[in-house]
Design a protein. Structure first.
Length: 612
């Protein structure tokens, strides 16, 4: 027992690896003793993990450069040998965790002498050695999947080693960020250790890039043979014809051998940060620069034909950089600067008011939108009602909005006709209960579903009983994006109010427009190689106002599948609201249908919630 509880010796992980680690035949063509001089950049990574003053380490690295050995396997070997404790290894999926256990961890435990025998062989049916859980004197290793909330909540651990974090979902089954779920397991240990490793993916969505940016931001660098300044290898400074890398300081160009003659070291951009972050690309790998040029040429050739798959792979896995997708986007500032002063709460031209409600854990965000001919729209009011949706107070405040009316310049008033409340998140039962009691007032629960169309379906008996509508949000988002890009009032144009002394604050500030434009439509290649559209949001960005606008649009469709015809009929019913007799539009009757009398049109308008 004394060997377990005594303080660990003053030895680093890199020193342990140099002394003890044996690399197995399963992971290299040249198995045998670990030699750090073959991958010198791994030394700083390993030593940061074993540094008791460092709690978190981030490794953004090209593929096949030893990040799993430096960031996961060698630390495991060190902790088993010198500092036993509970360890959690997180892979993107449970299946990948099983592969890691069988193909990487088990061979290391088998072939490294100081680890051999510490964990019983799997074939012994020993309960202390399962595929996803292995015990050793003084600690254990549990292997979890970022796609499995139960595996991330299994037990307290002191060390979390999270591999390929960019493959982890943003929100795990509505239970939150899997990285935070895993890190929460370490809270009971003051000497906790957290390690994140990954190749990066898409700019703005990459978890490893975001973590790296919030760190010391260290890059593996080399000394210029001439000016003696240190800089990392960069593809942008590489000359394909001469196979030389230029110096960003003096401009001199040298071969790889000349650059590496002076060795390498980690150079930090933000050395005072308490999180250690490391970045190294494949220009420092075992691959020759000739080989890399060939891969680049092949990727560029396919990209010219519209196939970006290899170019994306090169950027992510060779250069260890994020792929920046150029998508359709509207600038928030452009929308903010075109705000206008309304003559009343409800401008002339609005036929119908709808509301979209986005439910968060501590608030309800809502937007009231006015709709006119050709889907011209007017933002009426955006706000957030703070309060716990598990309690009644915040829903009572939403009831107040449903009971409210908004006035035109001529004094006539209009109330909200339909409300769409999102059931996503953690408050689904509360949303169902609220909407069910208010369906007669036009309040419906909705659930978003991927797809370019705008279906409004109730796919099951249970959904019909709850009044649930399934909304194809991709199609709605595409509509809204196209409308936001329209520059002149008319069909599809989106109006936004500017606050003034006569009309209360409406909530259309800079933050509103940032959220409204937080997502962009991009083209990506799916697993079958086909180009598809996806909606991407930058990591950490809020998009509540965009969601509310989507739901308000869905609420209009709930009023009538033929909402464009409905708007024309309501508008032409009689001179109401701010319109005058001489400006009513001419409405062509639908084929095969007689033009309805004015009395009939008035009835339709009243049914849709319009106060005449």
């Amino acid at each position: 027992m004394q060997s377990v509880i005594k303080p660990p010796p003053k030895i680093t992980i890199s020193e342990w690896a140099e002394k003890e680690r044996v690399v197995s035949s399963e992971e290299t063509s040249a198995p045998g003793d670990w030699h750090s001089d073959r991958v010198p950049y791994t030394v700083g990574i390993m030593d940061a993990i074993s540094n008791p003053k460092v709690e978190q380490v981030v490794v953004m690295c090209a593929a096949q450069m030893g990040k799993t050995n430096a960031g996961i396997l060698n630390p495991i070997g060190y902790y088993i040998t010198y500092d036993p404790c509970p360890i959690m290894v997180v892979q993107p999926t449970i299946a990948m965790g099983e592969t890691f256990s069988g193909k990487r961890l088990t061979p290391m435990l088998r072939d490294t002498p100081c680890l051999r025998g510490k964990i019983a062989p799997e074939k012994s049916r020993n309960p202390d050695n399962k595929i996803l859980e292995k015990s050793f004197p003084g600690g254990y290793i549990v292997i979890a999947g970022a796609n499995s909330a139960p595996s991330l909540k299994s037990r307290p651990v002191r060390v979390v080693l999270f591999d390929e974090v960019d493959e982890a979902p943003d929100n795990l089954a509505g239970q939150g960020d899997p990285i935070e779920l895993a890190f929460a397991r370490t809270n009971a240990f003051p000497n906790r250790k957290k390690v994140l490793t990954s190749t990066p993916t898409i700019k703005g969505k990459s978890r490893i890039e975001a973590a790296y940016n919030d760190s010391t931001r260290e890059r593996w660098s080399h000394q210029c043979p001439k000016c003696k300044e240190w800089s990392p290898f960069s593809w942008r400074r590489f000359d394909f014809e001469t196979m030389r890398m230029s110096c960003p300081f003096c401009g001199g160009a040298y071969s790889r051998r000349e650059w590496e003659a002076g060795g390498g070291m980690w150079v930090a951009e933000n050395p005072e940060h308490n999180t250690k972050g490391f970045h190294v690309n494949a220009l420092d790998s075992q691959l020759t620069w000739d080989n890399l040029v060939g891969k680049w040429a092949d990727a560029k050739r396919l990209a010219k034909k519209g196939d970006y798959s290899k170019l994306i792979t090169f950027i992510n896995t060779i250069l260890a950089e994020t792929w920046e997708i150029k998508g359709e986007v509207v600038e928030s500032h452009a929308l903010e600067t075109r705000r206008e002063v309304y003559s009343a709460e409800v401008p002339d031209g609005v036929c119908v008011l709808t509301m979209g409600v986005d439910v968060q854990d501590n608030r309800l965000a809502y937007e009231v939108v006015g709709w006119g001919l050709g889907f011209e729209s007017w933002g009426i009011e955006y706000a957030e009602l703070f309060g716990d949706p598990r309690r009644g107070e915040v829903w009572n405040r939403l009831d107040d909005l449903l009971a409210r009316t908004w006035s035109y310049s001529n004094g006539k008033r209009l109330r909200i006709s339909r409300v769409a409340v999102d059931t996503g998140g953690h408050m689904t039962p509360q949303v169902y209960a609220y909407c069910k009691a208010r369906q007669s007032r036009g309040v419906y629960p909705i659930k978003g579903q991927g797809g370019d169309k705008l279906p409004l379906t109730r796919p099951s008996k249970e959904s019909r009983e709850k009044g649930l509508f399934i909304v194809g949000v991709d199609g709605v988002k595409a509509d809204i994006l196209s409308w936001l890009k329209i520059g002149q009032p008319g069909d599809g144009y989106c109006h936004f109010p500017k606050d003034n002394d006569d009309i209360p604050v409406r909530g259309y500030d800079a933050a509103y427009f940032e959220m409204l434009t937080a997502e962009k439509k991009v083209v990506v290649q799916n697993k079958k190689g086909f180009n598809v559209y996806e909606w991407h949001k930058a990591a950490g960005a809020r998009n509540e106002s965009f969601d509310c606008r989507v739901y308000a649009r869905a609420a209009l469709r709930i009023m009538s599948p033929k909402d464009d015809i409905m708007l024309k009929r309501i508008y032409a019913a009689e001179p109401w609201a701010g319109q005058t007799e001489g400006k009513k539009p001419v409405v062509t009757p639908e084929p095969g249908k007689r033009k309805k009398r004015v009395a009939g049109k008035n009835k339709i308008a009243r049914e849709k919630g319009v106060e005449l």
